[in-house]
Design a protein around this ligand. Structure first.
Ligand code: FAD
Length: 240
């Protein structure tokens, strides 16, 4: 788990003021930028948008669509990236593809990289399947599965040496290769992602993604993040 990362590449400065300005334009007679010297500061803007947009679940989310954040997400398994990519509205992705490069797979085959740097396997432990049946993933099974990944890397290396392209040979590697990506979203679509993927029955790795995403959200837009945490986080408030 400790390899998972989310880092902010860039984010709209003063997002709470931006949300406040968008809201303020809705009911202002004038042109809001002309009054910028009278705007509330970032913290006060946060209080006002909670009070006038979010408290009581009024559903006026439009102003939250203006501030944008771009994040680098690292070392999550392919399956988690696939789940995230089902979300289309207000969210953009660029994902490492394995079409052009596979050097890290070859590095595993050559023992230049540890299998776990390139592939993700769940930790040893007690799990439930989707029907609620409990099972144990043992240390012995996990060791065998690491060997399985290593063997697949060796086959990949062999096929590349025989002339296959990376996009062809990638079909040989285990499903949960770690994949890095860049994702951009706005304050509203970020909360939508958290709504759908921070639920207790979401895939374990998606929940880990949401924990790290929340840290970046809170740094960037604290008032809205705290409102989200108190009112929606992990409550399975699903979108229609
Ligand atoms: C627990 C869980 C399990 C899932 N399992 C599977 C699975 O097994 N296989 C699979 O393929 N997918 C699966 N999905 C993905 C799911 O079917 C949706 O594709 C995904 O959740 C994206 O939907 P969204 O509501 O977030 O859409 P977004 O693209 O993020 O859109 C945001 C909102 O905009 C509206 N919207 C967007 N597009 C439309 C549209 N075309 N028509 C009407 N309204 C729209 C909706 O209100 C939507 O909620 C799963 C999702 C979850 C949360």
């Amino acid at each position: 788990m400790e390899r998972f990362r989310i880092d902010t590449i860039v984010a709209t400065p003063n997002p709470q003021q931006v949300i406040w300005a968008a809201m303020h334009q809705d009911y202002s007679e004038g042109y809001v930028i002309d009054e910028a010297d009278m705007w509330p500061d970032e913290e006060k803007a946060g209080d006002l948008i909670i009070k006038y947009l979010l408290a009581g679940n009024r559903g006026h989310y439009g102003p939250l669509e203006h501030p944008q954040i771009t994040l680098n997400v690292g070392f999550f398994p392919h399956s988690m990236m696939q789940q995230l990519r089902t979300h289309r509205v207000g969210i953009s992705f660029d994902v490492q593809s394995f079409r052009y490069t596979g050097q890290r797979v070859i590095d595993v085959a050559k023992n230049a990289k540890n299998v776990e740097e390139v592939f993700y396997l769940r930790p040893v432990g007690q799990y439930d399947n989707r029907q609620g049946k409990k099972y144990q993933y043992t240390a012995e099974q996990r060791a065998e599965d690491l060997q399985w990944c290593l063997d697949a890397c060796k086959r990949y290396q062999q096929r590349i040496e025989e002339g296959l392209s990376e996009e062809h040979a990638r079909g040989l590697i285990p499903f949960d290769a770690r994949q890095n990506f860049v994702v951009s979203c706005n304050t509203r679509s970020l909360m939508h992602l958290l709504d759908l993927r921070w639920k207790k029955d979401a895939q374990l790795e998606a929940q880990k993604f949401c924990e790290l995403l929340y840290v970046r959200f809170e740094e960037w837009c604290p008032a809205v993040a705290h409102w989200y945490e108190e009112n929606r986080a992990k409550k399975a408030r699903l979108s229609p």
